[in-house]
Design a protein around this ligand. Sequence first.
Ligand code: HEM
Length: 435
Amino acid sequence: LSLVANRGQRARPSNLPPGPRPLPIIGNLLELGDLPHRSLAKLARTYGPIIKLELGFVTTVVVSSPMLAKEILQTHDAVFSNRTVPNSITAHDHDKLGLPWLPVSPLFRNLKKVYNLHIFSSKKLDLNQHLRSKKVQELVAFVRKCADAGEAVNIGEAAFRTSLNAIDPHGSKRHLEALIQKLFDFFDGVIQRRLQLRTEKGCVRCNDVLDYLLDLIEDKNETLDISLVKHLFLDTITGGSETTSSTLEWAMTELLRNPEKLSRTQAELHQVIGKGKTIEEVDISRLPYLEAVLKETFRLHPIAPLLLPRKSGEDFPIGGFTIPKGAQVYINVFAIGRDPSTWDDPDKFVPDRFLGSDIDFRGQNLELVPFGGGRRICPGLPLAARMLRLMLGSLINIFNWKLEDGVIPENMNMEEKFGLAVQKAQSLKAVPIPI
Ligand code: HEM
């Protein structure tokens, strides 16, 4: 036995978190089922807020309480800020190509800086809000066309197109690819091109990024592997669109399933904005009920219900147990959002619970962390939050919605599909009627 231990096998800490007994080789994989966030929430009810499973050969710890989530995402963020990378991601080298999977490193910090300061800061987003406003108007025009034809709208699909366009201000993925090609050429060292790029008409946000990247290479102390920039934009931007549109689809689904909540949201919009108008970003702070609807949607339907996996950097004590070094760590925000010890009637859609409450979704209140927290918090949060309010507010301030034939609020299909984002298993389709 001592020989085996000497061959690099580390002694395991003795007080590991509790959990179901693993089978040989497959461990607890069968326990996960089709909807792992729900299965893990159930296991937490049996074993407590911190559990251990063996997923194949990967030791995994799942945390399901706000208090322990705070330890991982905030207090000891530095220990848990790297990620385990799923085989499905390494198989296609995606781990080297996108910010979500990069280890914390100078490159990671530089890329995150680009996002936080030069793309998604309030100042930058305020400057280019007209671009989002235009995209929302396009969405409304599309829905109006469907209304004229009496056709149902596939809400998720329509929102996906709008979200994607909102990030790529010129409205096409091809444009974005062209921009990135320009970035490449640029960094190949032709300094004269700087002038040409600067004087090109167009996208404020893209030029900001270019400026920032330029500053980085001119500053000898910073290094940025530009070959990764392309992927940074194309992996994460498409991903960011799906997350936003799925959330919008869940919000619309809950409102159509709860007509009295829909009426209340519409009443606020009619009063503050005026019936039939699109929402602008300056209006957002005057719409507390719309905000509460969004929070309630994040609580019930976090599209990344286990966040993205974290990795323990050392044997570390959490909640009276030891999380072993290298273990994969998940935060079950779905379970936290439905915990009856935190929320009254946790399975009910009651936006009113957030009125007059300070709880927000920006990573500070661990009861509601759909975007994660700490240094790996979702950098797209500010954009997603703005887009969601604009799209949702406009869709219900301008239209009433009729469910398809045979569907009534009581029998709407609420099944989930677990994937990159937890989506509706059956797309929401509804017929718009202009107000
Ligand atoms: C409703 C919309 C969205 C939700 C719920 C969401 C959720 C998340 C979550 C849970 C994480 C992992 C956080 C953690 O480990 O603590 C994440 C990471 C990330 N998200 Fe989002 N996201 C959304 C929209 C976006 C958008 C619009 C973008 C960009 C355009 C984006 C880009 C990213 C990136 C780059 C990361 C990786 C950050 C890192 O690893 O440091 N997301 N997101």
